[in-house]
Design a binder for this molecule. Structure first.
Ligand code: AMP
Length: 282
């Protein structure tokens, strides 16, 4: 397994691979790898000749009062996990490499970036779209895999690829959960025992919504209220949002039908923000 730290070296390697006719797969990550990330490697592995992952804690997607400084970092552990998952190359740039002094260019996917998580995290998706655009130009992948754990992010990347004509196939991966249902996340490492117990009610509330929809409930306000009630009566978590939207384009729904997304963001403890979602066909 190779570790490449500079942009010119990565671009040179990508050009060599492309000239050899190799199909490049990219899985972008912020490291602190867990089974969710590994599942993305497993999906990408048979679809490409060379599997590349990027490990970069991207400062432009963090807000001023967010967790950039304390975000978990474990390159040695990540390296071992990548090796056993069959990753061929880790692209591991420094912040100065990605954003040298004088850096000024950003990619904005209007509309989609301003709803849901974008309300609480105003510049978040601008940072995400920018770093992914840069990674596509650096790693030159034929395909790239994104997890539905960050559902809005995946939709935004697809829109960016369409609008800016990136010649990259985007593949979406299902959410990997702990055995009790908690969606895996690098941020789960922040949770104390009691917070971990409370966090479980995010998924339980999503399952409760699924249950009442399957039982015939179609009133969006009633479903959202049931989710709120499930969370608030079982935890001290502060709900950031509960949204039910069109799973394809994240549009608002007049009536509950088609492929729908139920998405939740909650603060647990001091300032750990967790997100989760399910999709349903109604
Ligand atoms: P991150 O390192 O958190 O930026 O995530 C990198 C990629 O892994 C993104 O495409 C995420 O959606 C995906 N991912 C993170 N957690 C999970 C999970 N529990 N299940 C599936 N994909 C995930």
């Amino acid at each position: 397994m190779e570790i490449i730290k500079t942009i010119p070296d990565m671009q040179k390697r990508a050009n060599e691979l492309r000239n050899e006719g190799k199909r490049i797969g990219l899985v972008p990550t912020m490291g602190a790898l867990h089974e969710g990330h590994i599942s993305l490697f497993k999906i990408a592995r048979p679809l490409c000749d060379v599997l590349i992952t990027s490990i970069f804690v991207n400062p432009t997607q963090f807000g001023e009062n967010e967790d950039l400084e304390i975000y978990p970092r474990d390159f040695e552990g990540d390296e071992k996990k990548c090796k056993s998952a069959g990753v061929d190359i880790i692209f591991y740039p420094s912040t100065d490499e990605m954003y040298p002094e004088g850096y000024t260019t950003f990619v904005e996917v209007k509309g989609l970036s301003e709803i849901m998580c974008g309300r609480t995290r105003p510049n978040h998706f601008r940072g995400v779209a920018t770093v992914v655009a840069k990674l596509f130009n650096i790693v030159k992948p034929h395909l790239s895999v994104f997890g539905n754990k960050d559902y809005q992010q995946a939709v935004i990347i697809e829109k960016m690829v369409e609008d800016l004509n990136f010649d990259v196939e985007i593949i979406r991966a299902p959410i990997v959960r702990e055995s009790d249902g908690l969606a895996m996340s690098s941020r789960n490492a922040y949770l104390k025992d009691d917070e971990r117990r409370q966090a479980l009610y995010i998924y339980r509330a999503l399952k409760r919504a699924e249950e009442i929809i399957k039982g015939g409930e179609r009133d969006i306000d009633v479903i959202i209220e049931e989710i709120r009630e499930t969370i608030e009566s079982n935890s001290d978590m502060k709900i950031d949002y509960i949204e039910i939207r069109d799973a394809g384009n994240l549009g608002e729904l007049e009536v509950l039908e088609g492929e729908i997304l139920i998405s939740i963001a909650c603060f647990v403890g001091e300032k750990t923000r967790l997100i989760d979602n399910i999709t349903l066909r109604v």
